[in-house]
Design a protein around this ligand. Sequence first.
Ligand code: UDP
Ligand code: UDP
Length: 399
Amino acid sequence: MSNCARGDMSGGPHIALFPSAGMGHLMPYLRLATVLLDRCCRITLITPCPTITTAEAVAISSFLSTYPEPLHTPNPPHVVLRKPTPLCRHIRPFCRLAGCPDPNRSPPPAVHSIHDLRKVSTFNSSSPKALIRPIKTESILFRRQLPGLTSIACLRASHRHSLALDHRRLAPTTADRKSRELTSKGDYKTWLESQPVDSVVYVCFGSKAPMGVAQIQELGKGLVGSGFRFLWALKMKISLVDEYDDHDEETKSENVRELLGDSVWHENGRRGMVMKSWVDQDEVLASSSIGGFVSHCGWNSVTEAMWAGVPVLAWPHRGDQRVNAQVVEESGLGVWMKEWGMGTRSGLVNGEEIGEKIGEFMRDENLRERARKIGEEARKAVDAGGSSHETITKVLKSL
Ligand code: UDP
Ligand code: UDP
């Protein structure tokens, strides 16, 4: 339920949201947008067009259809860019479409921007713990380009309070659309619903494909060997990033079967499900059948697991994922397999070991209880008076 009366945009600032490309960046921005809209802000979403992946396009159109004009802004709410180029080049088209006067003439109305760290940002869509290097802010450049456009300095605040953004409002919107499209192809939802409580381990390494083929095969053996049920969102190739509209389902099925071997494939639809395409992770994690999550620890995945109160077996690959795995361990959300590589340069983890660890992890009821408590804390953080709620209030007041 929105706190903001329909059409009442008088109170809040106009904020341009400018995520980097990729689902891992877009999703937290869409979640932030729902929170800001709820606080009577006017939102302009700036994204490349076409998007790099189908998943992004679907998420954006689903978002826009859930928040139609004039609820958000009388101006076009969605500015499209032809390709991801430096931020400053986008200011002029953004201004034109968002209805600002020419920046070279009279002072434009105040428009605030939140953009991604990749362009040196002020809204950080990754863990605050990952911010170990000094942050320069691009707002000076931004101001020079367009005097009325300022960046939101919420970075310091996010150091203190990790912005546990409210997934509740967006989840049904993108989830519904995705699920309708998916069920005809791989009915993992029906399968998941029919499994006992906490019995299924969910395996997903984000929107990209970080593993080598040999490691994928060992993981398959490990899942079968663990004795637990499993739902595996398997990304096989970089080119399949974020895709879930499989045109060539049959051919890919054959490839996956060949890759994983019959022992894994024969479990498909019985004790396990292997999804080659996009699954709705938010919804999967919310299912009572899911008892654990084997994750690469992208920051979105970590916050989604926290929100769902699902324990994580952290198998990070690169960049900030190791820092996020440390957060998983220190917060009590899960265990971090520090010595496991990804079967590329760093050596192969064999199936037997994977199976044992997954078995141990899934049987750990204390861990599950701790994860549940973290889920409760996450909810408190976004409710009125909670730390995340208060952080947003402070940021908006400062505008
Ligand atoms: N995701 C999903 N289905 C998939 C794969 C990924 O819904 O099959 C979502 C996941 O819920 C998360 C995002 O894609 O919101 C991935 O972001 P994350 O930061 O976890 O990892 P990245 O892909 O950026 O490495
Ligand atoms: N990064 C970050 N916050 C962001 C975007 C990127 O901290 O909002 C850092 C992070 O450390 C990450 C690196 O930039 O490891 C590369 O980003 P990412 O892995 O998301 O790039 P991608 O491959 O998804 O484009």
